[in-house]
Design a protein around this ligand. Structure first.
Ligand code: FES
Length: 163
């Protein structure tokens, strides 16, 4: 049995309750849904992008992964790139281009190069590593950063070599 509702303020007529929602109501619901989804995407997309570094390719044993060019990393600077699923810090030093795992040996945070101090620094507990050897300089890390093999081509392209 269909419920009857008045169609006029005075109660003069009736219509079926199974009536299709008005176009305006549907439009507003769609707009609200779109707004909520857009807001969630704007909030979570940068967080996910930060937590998952950009992949530059596979990194099996002997695989070469392009990390950029010498022009991308000026002398005395460093940058973190993904070698497969492994974040890797690539440094352009006076001794040449070198690379280490960018995963801190303390609790696994991602390290970064600090050009002011010339050290690799972990932001989580202020662990500090030598930017030439990967050795621990100070802080809680129990071991040095593992080295990653690097090859610099004549074109200036920097390749990380999987082990
Ligand atoms: S995780 Fe790097 S110092 Fe603790």
């Amino acid at each position: 049995m269909a419920q009857e509702i008045p169609t006029e303020p005075g109660g003069g007529g009736t219509a079926s309750a199974t009536r299709v929602p008005t176009t305006r109501r549907r439009f507003l619901r769609g707009l609200l849904g779109f707004s909520v989804m857009s807001t969630m995407a704007m909030v979570f997309a940068p967080v996910i992008a930060f937590l998952i570094p950009t992949k530059t390719g596979a990194a099996g044993a002997g695989d070469k992964v392009l990390a950029g060019t010498v022009d991308d990393i000026p002398l005395g600077q460093g940058k973190v790139v993904a070698m497969g699923s492994q974040p890797t810090i690539v440094l352009n030093t006076a001794q040449g281009v070198i690379a280490f795992s960018a995963i801190c040996t303390h609790l696994g945070c991602i390290v970064a190069f600090d050009s002011g101090s010339g050290l690799i620094v972990c932001p989580c507990h202020d662990g500090r590593f030598n930017a030439t050897t990967g050795a621990v300089v100070s802080g809680p890390p129990p071991a040095p950063l593992p080295a990653v093999k690097v090859s610099v081509e004549d074109s200036g392209e920097i390749f990380l070599i999987g082990s």
